[in-house]
Design a protein around this ligand. Sequence first.
Ligand SMILES: Nc1nc2c(c(=O)[nH]1)N[C@H]1C(S)=C(S)[C@@H](COP(=O)(O)O)O[C@H]1N2
Ligand SMILES: [Mo]
Length: 424
Amino acid sequence: MSRPRISNDDGPRAAGGGLIDRRALFEGALGAAVFAASAVAAEPLVVPDWSMAPGGPFIPYGQPSKFESRVTRVATPPANPATPGVGASRTPHHLLDGMITPNSLHFERAHGGIPDIDPERHRLAIHGLVKRPLVFTMEALARYPMTSRIAFIECGGNGGSLSQPVAQKVDAQAIRGLVSCAEWTGVPLSILLDEAGVDPAAAWVYAEGADSAGMSRSIPLKKAWDDTLVCLYQNGERIRPSNGYPVRLLVPGFEGNMNVKWLRRLKLVADPVITKDETSKYTILLDSGKTWNFVWPIEVNSFITRPSPGVGLKGPGLYEISGLAWSGAGRIRSVEVSADGGKSWAQAALQDPVLPKALTRFRLPWKWEGGPAVLQSRSTDEAGSVQPTRAAMIAERGLRGQFHVNCIQSWAIDEKGEAANVYA
Ligand SMILES: Nc1nc2c(c(=O)[nH]1)N[C@H]1C(S)=C(S)[C@@H](COP(=O)(O)O)O[C@H]1N2
Ligand SMILES: [Mo]
């Protein structure tokens, strides 16, 4: 890669509004420009009180620093106070970095509350169009060969607030908090299907949860053979209760709802079952009154986590714009960033690893001159799909289809450096 041309003190400009070439981050082309360090005398360093005495004890299960207590999930107030576990809570992406979501902050979506499942008594059955119906204890399941993969799970309803006719005063957590990314470990479903012996008449797998909602979906058999995992672990530890303990499906890249939690049976069937979760919900209602049914893969998407509402700028100067991109079709190929509401675009740097069907972190240096700006990100996946503008998305499907919203999202930066959700 050739060294970018230095056009001024802060590094080469890559697009309008102060965006700097991404290569400047790695090649020292930012020169003497400073991001935020104070240029006061560095010595003598003061010795703080926590250095003057031995520190605290070890604790059996770790917790974040008490100074990070604002970094929490936010739950949507339940529609019915009698069932507080019916609803969703969202990941605070504006306060996190990297590509992995800590288990305590993975978003949660539950249609019938979070069941308190005893792994000793829980069973998983595979039956229907199979030669040998099977029942697994959790202990038996754990004896099969396992594999791990890093994958996002995104609720089909994520981004639904962008369907509001007027831009809501909401932050990244409220708009995009229903996507998270973890390392999931479990038994490839193909191994269990092989053991059960799938009847040639089977074309679908009906997956059902043990929660009070009995949430269930029809999964095409091809996807079940391909990369579906019967998961026991999440980021190295047993799956958290709200995320499906003791066993859940990971259906990589497919809408969150297909990733059935508290999994209790997989029934091989010839036709889709047409459950309530694939009719009254998770279909996309068009203006014409028709619906798109069985919209499985999550479309190419991205958003900027920093700056964003609540994570504003502290005076003009150099900043790093950062965010997340993902696609259910595979890897992210590129992310472009605009600081002028989409008039000009610069390539962001993609941080390794860039994995298929996983969150990908992007970064780009930016010189904020102190004036109003509109920040946007636009991602392209390896299938060549590009995020549409909000106007293009509405032209295609109207405003009623509140699922699978993947349009470009905009943060307006005001003179004070505060960010707000806008439609640009
Ligand atoms: N059994 C069961 N599985 C379920 C659900 C549920 O309510 N019950 N919610 C689904 C929905 S709508 C989503 S978006 C994902 C969310 O997974 P998470 O809570 O681990 O983030 O789980 C899916 N699996
Ligand atoms: Mo969902």
